[in-house]
Structures are given as C-alpha cells and as structure tokens.
Design a protein around this ligand. Structure first.
Ligand code: GLN
Length: 486
C-alpha cells in the first residue's frame, strides 16, 4: 500500500487514523519484543495525535499530505519531550527540549510519530549491534543483522511496524540497512535536508533521509523534509521540485553509468553482482543507455572516510563531558576524574575507538599526514564523480557487496565491518544523493540492493529512474517465504 492508497482509505472512512495507529502499535507489541527495532514507542501521544486528525477530517478540514500516517524516527533525531538516546548510555535519559527541523516538518505535514528506532550507538556501525540497548534483528531472517546504523528504521518498515521512517546516512547508514532489509532508502544531497536537531556524528557527511516501502512514499517524505532551514546554514536555498510529478516520466534516452570499479571488488558476492547487472539490463530495456564509467578513486573512499568521520566525531563528541547534559559518573574526586569516568562508562567501545582514532588523526604531529591528506583525496573522489556526470545522468552500483550477514559475524572484526560500506561511502564524501532499491533475492531468500547515485540536487531524476525500475522489476511479486509474514 502506498501513501496515496492510505489517504484514499482514510478519506473514504474505511479506516480511521486512530485505527491505523492502533494496528501498528499492536503489531509492534507482537513482533518487536523479538526484532527490537524500537527504543521508545510513542503510544499515548501517537494515539492522541491520530484522534485529533480524525476529528479534523470529520469536520471537513483540508488535511496536510501525511495526515494520520504513522512514521518512525531514528533515535538520533531530537523530538521535543520524547526520549532521544542515540542508542547510548551517555544519553539514556535525555529528553530534548526542542524539536529537530525534520520531525517538526513531518508533524506539520500531519505524520504521526509512532516511536524512536534503534541504531548503532551514535550511528557508528553497520549492523545495529553497537546499540547500548541490544541489537535489532533482520525481519527477513532473525539470525541476520538488519544492517546499520539505521537498522531499526529499516527493520520497522520491512516488518510493517510503520509506513515509513527517517534515518541518517553518514557513510551508508540509510542505504545499507535498506538493502539488507529489502526496503527503499534515500540519502539526499548534502545541504538538501536540515541537520538541525540531528545529533552530530560527522557534520560534513551526515544527512537525514527516508525509508519507505516504495519509491513514491520515499518521494513524499523527502518532499516534506527538504529545503532551506535558517537553523542549519549548510542547507541550500534552491527550489525543491515536486518529486511526485516526475515519477512517471519515461527514462528513454537517459544515460546510466555502471561504475566499473565497483564490480571488480573481490569481496563482491556473485549473486549481488548478477542481480545488479540484471537490473542494469532491465533499465536498458526501458530505453536507458548503459555506459561503463570509471571512478578511479572510488575504492579509496573507505580509507578516506575512516580518517575524516572519526576526526569530526572526536570534535562533536567532546560535548559529552558529564557537565552539560547526559550521564554523569558519581563519586569522583576531581573534574578530570568525573569527566573521564563519565565517558568511560557512558560510551561503548566502538564510539571510544572512533574518538581515539579521530583525536590521533587531528593531533599536531599527524594532522597533515592524515586529516589533510584525507581531505585532498576527498576532493579527488568528488572530481571523479564530476567527470562521470559529464558523460551520464545517473550512476549505478550495488549498495552493499553482500546480503545481510549473520549476527555476531563481524563484531570482533572492525575492518570487516568497515568494508561493508565500501560502495556507499563515496557518495557521502562527494555530497551526492543516492538511493537503495530492492532488486532481487539471494539463494537464502535475503534481499539484494541496487544503488543509484545522481548529481548534486538531482533527487528528481534519481526518484524517476528508481520508480521506473520499481514498477517494471516488480521484485516482491515472487518474494521468498520469511520468518515473519508481513
Ligand atoms: N557504517 C558507517 C560507520 O560506521 C556509516 C555510518 C553512518 O552512515 N552513520 O561509520
């Protein structure tokens, strides 16, 4: 069911907003003790909000586009009066006194915030296993991870616990879990969506975006959250097109570039490769021209990212000192002891690792060798994309080299964990919009993800191609049997 179908059902009176919310809450109560995709369920407020919308509908008022539709929010987005933990012990009791711009815009558009979703602590991870509140499981197979860091937002949509959700993507945290959970996930252009109220990880990379069951729902959520925000000076003041209008346009004559470096990687599973290349043929059948392009620095993305992201994180996380807000360790004899103990007990080991790497990379003796060098390579990666977009309109690659891996499989091997972001990170470094689309299943019935990347601020074309693919591929028609019946 799309948002358009839902609106139809709501306006015809077939279902009320309150019933819709209650149905999702019942499903959360039934399935989420296993999946653990929510950290907070906003039961009381969500039902109240839905009731208000039902009253407005009954009195014939014109309702905003997402009126009464239950949406879940990643727990690193501040929600006024609703606990926001970033899946960390250091923020386990933090109740924000203000609303993030994206949630404010969703609320204004009538969406009902059904709860806050689980994630890797401070969005650092690729499996939602670094959460201080236990891992989220993959609804397609509960022995597998849902991906990360926005694993809760992806799993909750895949399991039908909400109709859409918001996540954040610093190096792939929307697209990779979307790929593992078989849903649509979109990372917008850096500057398209406000980061005000998003708990900062790496500020030059972080971007908020939607998870949805289909491309048109993702387009609707993006429509609502996009645009200039005076509270975030990195948002850009350019027109936000009507994304729904272009969805049905033909892609005849569009040039789609296969990034050849992505397909040569030894870690790429043959099933993923086959499925993604098959998707390219499908786009060709729809009239697109497929061209091989090369982005020579693509595979350097991961090394570059793991200098830049931890460096920015080490600065951003300095605010958690036990003084201003968040967890404070008791019984310390000095300020230094109190701060160190608060951080030692409050942060998990992956977060500490990032702070240490970042502090090291920025230290006086090493800043030129690591941080400055990484920034230079970042520019080269962006140049590669600029050159590619002189030849093609859209780029195509797998989202992740593999399908969902097993729970616990990579927890003791950070390098293996980091490599799962190989194909998503370059778009963050270059600030480009990119989307994951389900494109098939592996032999174990796990979803495979296709990634499309567009030039800056060309979400319109990205969604158009994605929608044409989705309509033709009809991937879910023959979906395999799953642990949960959705
Ligand atoms: N998995 C990557 C990391 O651990 C990306 C995370 C993200 O996009 N938030 O940093």
């Amino acid at each position: 069911m799309t948002f358009a179908d839902l609106r139809q059902k709501l306006s015809s009176g077939e279902v009320s907003s309150k019933e819709l919310v209650q149905e999702k809450i019942n499903r959360i109560n039934e399935l989420d003790p296993t999946l653990n995709s929510f950290l907070t369920v906003n039961t009381k407020k969500a039902l109240e909000q839905a009731e208000k919308i039902d009253i407005q509908r009954a009195s014939g008022n014109n309702l905003p586009p997402l009126a009464g539709i239950p949406i879940a929010i990643k727990d690193n987005l501040c929600t006024k009066g609703l606990k926001t933990t970033c899946a960390s012990n250091i923020l386990s009791n933090f109740v924000p006194p203000y609303e993030s711009t994206v949630t404010e815009r969703l609320l204004k558009s009538g969406a009902v915030i059904i709860g806050k979703t689980n994630m890797d602590e401070f969005a650092m991870g690729s499996s939602t296993e670094t959460s201080a509140f236990g891992p989220t499981l993959n609804p397609w197979n509960i022995s597998k991870v849902p991906g990360g860091s926005s694993g809760g937002s992806a799993a909750s949509v895949a399991a039908g616990l909400c109709f859409g959700s918001l996540g954040s993507d610093t190096g792939g945290s929307i697209r990779q879990p979307a790929s593992f959970c078989g849903v649509v996930g979109l990372k917008p252009t850096y500057g398209r969506v406000s980061r005000w109220g998003l708990i900062a990880f790496a500020s030059s990379l972080d971007q908020v975006g939607p998870f949805a069951n289909n491309v048109s729902d993702a387009a609707e959520i993006l429509q609502v959250i996009s645009g200039k925000d005076d509270k975030d000076s990195t948002t850009v003041d350019i027109r936000v097109p009507n994304y729904l209008e272009s969805l049905s346009k033909s892609i005849k004559g569009l040039k789609i570039g296969l990034i050849d470096n992505c397909f040569q990687h030894e870690g790429l599973s043959s099933e993923v490769k086959e499925s993604v290349l098959g998707s390219a043929s499908l786009l060709e059948n729809l009239g697109a021209e497929i061209i091989n392009v090369s982005c020579p620095r693509f595979n350097d993305g991961i090394a570059t990212y793991y200098v830049i992201a931890p460096s920015e994180a080490s600065a951003n996380l300095a605010r958690y000192d036990g003084v201003k807000y968040g967890f404070r360790s008791k019984d310390s004899q000095s300020l230094i002891e109190m701060t160190s103990r608060s951080r030692a007990l409050g942060f998990g080991s992956e977060v500490k690792r990032r702070i240490l790497i970042g502090t090291y990379a920025l230290s006086a003796g090493y800043v030129d060798a690591y941080y400055k060098k990484a920034q230079q390579v970042r520019t080269l990666i962006r140049n590669d994309f600029d050159n590619a977009f002189k030849k093609v309109d859209i780029l195509l690659a797998p989202t992740s080299p593999t399908t969902a891996f097993g729970s616990g499989e990579n927890v003791d091997n950070p390098m293996a964990m980091y490599l799962s972001d190989l194909l998503t990170i370059p778009a963050n470094l270059a600030g480009l919009p990119a989307i994951n689309l389900p494109c098939g299943f592996d032999k174990n019935g796990l979803p495979i993800g296709l990634q499309l990347i567009a030039n800056v601020f060309d979400e319109e074309r990205l969604l158009q191609v994605a929608n044409q693919f989705e309509n033709t591929a009809d991937v879910f028609k023959n979906r395999p049997k799953t642990d949960f019946t959705f």
